[in-house]
Design a protein around this ligand. Structure first.
Ligand code: FES
Ligand SMILES: [Fe+2]
Length: 428
């Protein structure tokens, strides 16, 4: 439970908010690389942390993420012409480069210096792992580029999608670290989804629906361990890393690719759900890629030309009451991603956390909130740099493994929770 003022503190990320300042100290995904496929391609509107921006790739292939609105009279540069090394406003022809600098101001003589002084807000945009990442914080604090494993493996080993979710980023992220819902909401997927089914772990998952949760700190976030009975005095552990502020990784199943999410605020009431799948050792198979593109696993089938899922709030997520009754899906909503999104959106744009009743399976959520509160407060009060902005803190893995009954999960699984190039992830 959170007091209303704590809830606002944790959820709001516009410029000038403490949580917004925290987010702005990390690299995070802004666009899929495929959204800016080639030099001089159409610019793309993108809203992040309540800031309206425009992304473009110039003639030389350089990437830019700048204020959406022209410095002259604030029309949207989405209507601009992306040509000859910059984006030219369609209204009176002012032109900007990828750093936001005005490079042509046809109506003023160059001698008055006005053009040189005209510069839009601009943030770095870099490509890594099929994703365009941005850093929206103070330039002097810009960390090294991110090194999450999914973005570092060869391209044939990784696949990323994104979808629009109509709620605040925090309640979406809290779903990502709440693995106790899997045995309920997603139980059909464990049996039938091509990217999930057939692992021994699924049986442990289904046979014990009252997991015990333990959490442990790592420098950049938490490891959240869910313990289920595996018989013969052993436990099946599913361990989810959470990296500040909003990266989560789902424990693997068998030899399936490993998946996870980023939850990135668009504004206070909407977020991007980024979903990746990768295998640390091998290329994704054609069948796996086809399933991902078809919205299986944690991905969605989106309305063509948009990132809005086909099943969405406007059509009640294509609720199938017959399927719910017959047990084809537990909730009546098809697919893991929309099973999650439908319930998270049903909580309202920003859930009132003063009215919740948390229990022991919510330990991961409680601990993550505390870490975020502490870090945002320390940054706001005396500029303490937040943890986990460095690539070393990002080299974590999720794990699913059977451990002896008396083992402490973090020490017993330490190696498995660290990226080891050339070594498979720990999975049963
Ligand atoms: S509004 Fe852009 S050039 Fe005038
Ligand atoms: Fe889920």
């Amino acid at each position: 439970m959170l007091r209303p003022e704590q809830n606002s503190f944790l959820t709001l990320t516009a410029p000038g908010t403490p949580m917004g300042a925290l987010f702005r100290r990390y690299w995070f995904p802004a666009l899929l690389a495929g959204e800016l496929p080639e030099p001089d391609c159409p610019p793309v509107r993108v809203q992040l942390l309540s800031e309206r921006l425009i992304a473009f790739r110039d003639t030389a292939g350089r990437l830019g993420l700048i204020d959406e609105f022209c410095a002259h009279r604030r029309v949207s540069l989405w209507f601009g012409r992306n040509e000859e090394g910059g984006l030219r406003c369609a209204y009176h022809g002012w032109k900007y480069d990828t750093a936001g600098q005005c490079i042509d101001l046809p109506s003023e003589p160059e001698s008055n210096g006005f053009r040189r002084q005209t510069k839009l807000i601009a943030y770095p945009l870099i490509e890594r792992g099929g994703v365009l990442w941005t850093y929206m914080g103070p330039p002097e604090h810009q960390p090294e580029p991110p090194e999450f494993e999914f973005a570092m493996v060869p391209p044939e080993q990784t696949y990323t999608s994104k979808r629009l979710q109509y709620c605040n980023w925090l309640q979406a992220m809290e779903g990502g670290i709440d693995s106790s819902h899997v045995s309920w909401l997603h139980r059909d997927a464990l049996r039938s989804d091509p990217l999930m089914k057939g692992s021994r772990g699924n049986d442990y998952n289904m046979n014990d629906t009252a997991p015990r949760f333990e959490t442990a700190d790592h420098p950049g976030g938490l490891f959240i361990g869910a313990r289920r009975d595996a018989g013969e005095g052993q436990y099946y552990w599913r361990i989810t890393p959470w990296c500040m502020p909003s990266f989560t990784m789902i424990p693997p199943r068998g030899d399936h690719p490993v998946h996870g999410h980023f939850w990135i605020p668009i504004d206070d009431e909407n977020c991007w759900a980024w979903s990746f799948d990768y295998h640390p050792l091998r290329a994704l198979t054609a069948a796996e890629l086809a399933a991902m593109r078809d919205g299986k696993g944690i991905h969605t089938r989106n309305i063509p030309g948009t990132f809005i899922p086909e099943a969405n709030r406007a059509n009640d997520y294509l609720m199938d009451r017959g399927g719910q009754k017959a047990g084809r899906t537990y909730s009546g909503v098809a697919g893991i991603a929309m099973q999650d999104a439908s319930l998270q959106e049903s909580m309202g744009p920003i859930v009132d956390r003063s009215r919740e009743r948390l229990v022991s399976t919510d330990n991961g959520i409680i601990m993550a909130r505390q870490r975020l509160l502490r870090a945002a407060r320390a940054l706001a009060e005396d500029g303490t740099p937040p943890p986990g902005t460095d690539p070393a803190s990002q080299r974590v893995r999720s794990a699913a493994l059977v451990l002896p009954g008396d083992a402490a999960f973090v020490s017993a699984a330490r190696e498995a929770l660290t990226v080891r190039p050339g070594v498979a992830h720990a999975s049963v």
